[in-house]
Design a protein around this ligand. Structure first.
Ligand code: SAH
Length: 214
């Protein structure tokens, strides 16, 4: 296991300053980002760049999201410590770890076995306690629904109805929708079950894969 050293903490403090300059305000989000050792989620060859605002390749042709994207999605969720949160697209586990640091109960789904295996081990080694599932995010996790919050971290072709159904009353879901590049959609469900959708800016994610597509 590689180390988390004072120099990494220094780089994280710089990253937090950058995120504040880019408009992130939620202190809980900034605190979580200042704690999660992002360099340990990347191959050691990228270690010195780990705290720059960039996406990087991880296993199975996937990427770890930009820190600003992670911060923006985390902020849009307006988390409360009692929330049960479903993440679609575990990938490196970085976003899931940021959510864990914010004190919520995290369920995360990954459809690529290779990544699921690598990341499950890493998160245990780092001491993050969450529920990781190998499966298809389009189906969500009906057994554990409803979720107060849902975060999708791959570009979805549309808003899956099953995920909307698994969102609790007064719940919020953030989901990037589109081919190539995406518009971040904030889906909110009110106390009577009415659903509203708002656009929250342009982003770029790897695609959310359907069925057995590779
Ligand atoms: N949250 C991740 C970002 C990962 S990139 C992080 O912090 O690193 C998106 C991830 O979504 C990839 O790992 C990809 O394999 C996964 N993915 C793609 N389609 C999926 C699907 N249908 N269900 C679950 N995961 C999916």
């Amino acid at each position: 296991m590689r180390n988390d050293l004072p120099k990494h903490q220094g780089l994280r403090n710089e990253l937090v300053k950058l995120l504040i300059a880019k408009g992130i305000r939620n202190p809980e989000v900034l605190k979580a980002i200042s704690k999660v050792p992002r360099h340990l989620f990347l191959d050691s060859s990228f270690e010195e760049y780990a705290y720059q605002n960039q996406a990087f390749p991880i296993a199975a042709g996937q990427t770890i999201s930009h820190p600003l994207t992670v911060a923006t999605q985390s902020e849009l969720l307006q988390l409360k410590s009692t929330d049960k949160v479903l993440e679609i697209g575990t990938g490196s586990g970085y976003q899931a770890s940021v959510l864990c640091e914010m004190g919520v109960k995290v369920y995360t789904i990954e459809r690529q076995k290779e990544l699921f295996d690598i990341t499950s081990k890493l998160l245990v080694n780092l001491g993050y306690r969450l529920s990781m599932k190998f499966g298809d995010g389009f189906a969500g996790l009906p057994t554990f629904a409803p979720f107060e919050k849902i975060i999708v971290t791959a570009g979805a072709p549309f808003i899956p109805q099953q995920l909307v159904e698994q969102l609790a009353l007064n719940g919020r879901m953030v989901i990037p929708v589109g081919d190539g590049s995406q518009v971040m959609k904030l889906v909110t469900k009110d106390s009577t079950g009415n659903v509203t959708i708002e656009d929250c800016g342009d982003f770029k994610f790897v695609p959310m894969l359907q069925n057995k597509e590779a």
